[in-house]
Design a protein around this ligand. Structure first.
Ligand code: UD1
Length: 362
């Protein structure tokens, strides 16, 4: 059996890395395809090194473009890879365009698809990721879920029970493995911050950063936090481009930096007083790290981070953010109860499922 693992963008690497390692431990044949959706050093190569991912066997180099063109490019190139190498299973992760493109290509060639982080739903179809999730799930025949809401969503959409595998969270496998190394690097020193004495901010959702008035009002809200606590803001390229185009300056007290490596960011997150974000993965990571997270969105596809974790959705209003900051400082914030199966062994369970599936086809 030959397994093809596909990555394309930053959030894919930490989900696929532990699966690659588990496949290696069991001596199963696999190869790695990087679509090149993300290509900057800090969005790609550096993370590969830190996550001990092997150099990709195939690099498609598709780069940035409109959704249709980027998706189509991955499909055209990945089809050739599948035809040449004939994998028995294609594994994709998350909800980026590369995930959808690889899944669609494989399914059309009759190659079974496994989807890591299946079943999440924000019920907001204006999010490109929501469309990618829905379509990828319905093209897959092995759906690996991270939380109970994912199982329920898939059942409601008519996915057969025997295709749904509640394995836990592969990204958490990576986090638990690398947390100590990340913290021992004391990355806050480089930014002249002290542990517990800063907020960490990330913003890159099109709904937040692609509309000028929205981005401006977000910055006004962040200013209220920054007046009380230093804010470190690693700026995603999408956001950097918009801030430059619209000449939006960061508020006082906000320190900008380039996108950070996995370990640097993880170390910073672990010792932040709070994290402000519109990312999906960071809501999960802060839950495991037991760090308060304010999600600057109206919805989340990861409800377990609210019911079980340290995450709260928030309006991008100065008063709302200040109220939350005060609650956090008063110790009045939900404590993390670790979500079921977020135990560092999710990728072992993924590979168990793959092996059982392969055995049943003999
Ligand atoms: C993509 C994913 C999003 C994920 C995010 C994580 C989709 C639809 N979106 O969004 O789900 O949360 O990655 O980062 O797949 N750019 C660079 N260098 C890079 C990559 C991108 O400068 O290495 C710039 C380009 O100007 C590009 C823009 O960032 O046009 C957006 O990149 P793109 O991959 O289209 O989407 P993301 O916003 O990164």
């Amino acid at each position: 059996m030959l397994i093809c693992n596909v990555v394309g963008a930053r959030p894919n690497y930490m989900k696929i890395a532990p699966i690659v390692h588990a496949l290696d431990r069991r001596g199963l044949a696999h190869f790695l395809v990087h679509t090149g959706q993300h290509y900057d050093e800090n969005m790609s190569r550096v993370l590969f090194e830190e996550l001990e991912l092997p150099k990709p066997d195939v690099y498609l180099g598709v780069g940035s473009d409109t959704h249709a063109r980027q998706t189509a490019r991955v499909m055209m190139d990945f089809e050739k890879v599948c035809q040449d190498r004939r994998p028995d299973l294609v594994m994709v992760a998350g909800d980026v365009n590369s995930t959808l493109a690889a899944a669609l290509t494989a399914a059309k060639l009759g190659i079974p698809v496994g989807h890591v982080e299946a079943g999440l739903r924000s019920s907001d179809r204006t999010m490109p990721e929501e469309l990618n999730r829905i379509v990828t799930d319905h093209l897959s025949e092995m759906l690996f879920t991270t939380e109970e809401s994912g199982n329920e969503n898939l059942r409601r959409e008519g996915i057969p029970d025997e295709w749904i595998h509640f394995v836990g969270n592969c990204m958490v496998d990576t986090l638990l493995r690398r947390r100590e190394a990340a913290v021992s690097g004391a990355p806050w020193k480089e930014f002249e911050l002290s542990p517990g004495g800063y907020a960490l901010l990330t913003l890159h959702r099109p709904s937040n950063v692609d509309v000028k008035v929205t981005l401006q009002s977000l910055m006004r809200a962040i200013a209220a936090v920054a007046a009380r606590l230093p804010v470190l803001f690693p700026v995603h390229p999408r956001t950097r481009n918009r801030m430059m185009e619209w000449e939006i300056a960061p508020p006082d007290g906000v320190q900008l930096c380039d996108p950070l490596s996995y370990l640097t960011f993880l170390g910073l997150m672990a010792k932040a007083q709070l994290v402000l974000t519109d990312s999906g993965g960071i809501q999960e990571e802060t839950t495991v790290l037991d760090v308060p997270c304010l999600t600057l969105r109206r919805n989340t596809e990861r409800p377990i981070t609210i019911t079980c974790g340290t995450n709260q959705l928030t309006e991008p209003e100065p008063q709302a953010l200040v109220r939350s900051l005060e609650r956090i400082r008063a110790g009045d914030w939900p404590k993390n109860r670790r979500p079921p199966l977020w135990d560092g062994r999710a990728s072992e369970r993924v590979v168990d499922v793959i092996q059982n599936w392969a055995a049943s086809r003999l």
